[in-house]
Design a protein around this ligand. Structure first.
Ligand code: HEM
Length: 243
């Protein structure tokens, strides 16, 4: 049986299902680091009370010079994330059903939720929200980047661009708070981006359709393995069902 995606059964009999490749995770964490630096440098230029943050980047003038470059690199890094994940974030009927049951989501009533593919509607909103907002920030940022593009537009479009830039940045920061909170709140999710895999129990609970597809595609074939993949992370080792 070929094992091109590592499903390792170890640590008390748990099965792990691969969720992200190393390259995908590096792309994600580079984007996250850039987003953090962009946020800190942007906030330091946004309001005088936050000016002290320029100390992190060597003072006011250097922060002003480096902030747009963080933005350019973030845009390129996010573009790579976008092309990796856009097709998995396309909306479908399950998203409508899941959204209608948002009360059950927050109260952890997973038994009432539809089976989902790789991402839920909340994750898809974060994905498309960030795609739109980062594009808005990038384009409006070019309009207000005086050093290179100052002569291309008059002051009026620059004012509008600055407003769009600030509002888009604010929304993007709020969305990332939700993204990070969800990653911490839903136990076992962080592991996906840290180690690249999740337990079979996590996959069964949160993204069952995706798990079935993975199991079929990568040959988690025997009943015992399917059971192990589906069994929620146990405190003690669970026995597979009798044949
Ligand atoms: C800074 C702290 C961040 C943390 C702790 C974090 C955490 C995570 C985790 C745990 C996942 C895996 C979710 C899953 O597989 O179900 C994930 C996925 C993802 N993250 Fe982040 N993230 C952070 C920042 C960002 C930033 C700044 C962006 C983009 C601007 C971003 C974009 C994504 C994307 C596109 C995915 C794939 C999910 C999808 O396509 O819907 N993340 N993140």
């Amino acid at each position: 049986m070929t094992r091109d995606v590592p499903h390792t059964t170890s640590d008390g009999g748990l099965t792990y299902v691969s969720r992200y490749t190393t390259v995908q995770r590096i792309n994600h964490w580079v984007t996250a680091a850039l987003f953090t630096m962009l946020t800190l440098s942007g906030l330091s230029l946004f309001h005088p009370s936050l000016f002290f943050l320029t100390g992190l980047f060597g003072g006011g003038p250097s922060t002003r010079a480096i902030h747009p470059w963080f933005g350019v690199v973030l845009f390129l890094s996010f573009l790579m994330l976008f092309f990796r994940f856009w097709s998995l974030n396309l909306p479908n009927r399950d998203d409508i059903e899941w959204s209608k049951r948002i009360g059950d989501v927050v109260s952890n009533r997973h038994d009432r939720l539809p089976e989902l593919g790789k991402y839920n509607a909340g994750q898809k909103i974060v994905f498309w929200g960030q795609s739109i907002l980062i594009t808005c920030m990038f384009l409006s940022g070019l309009v207000i980047w005086d050093q290179y593009f100052g002569t291309y537009t008059s002051i009026e479009p620059k004012r509008v661009a600055l407003l769009i830039h600030s509002l888009a940045a604010l929304c993007a920061i709020l969305i990332i708070f939700v993204h990070v909170y969800a990653g911490i709140w839903i136990k076992g999710t962080g592991r996906a981006m840290m180690r690249g895999n999740v337990t079979g129990g996590w996959a069964y609970r949160h993204h069952r359709k995706w798990l079935r597809k993975e199991a079929a595609a990568h040959g988690i074939a025997s009943e015992a393995e399917i059971y192990a993949a589906h069994h929620p992370a146990p405190a003690t080792k669970a026995e597979p069902p009798a044949k």
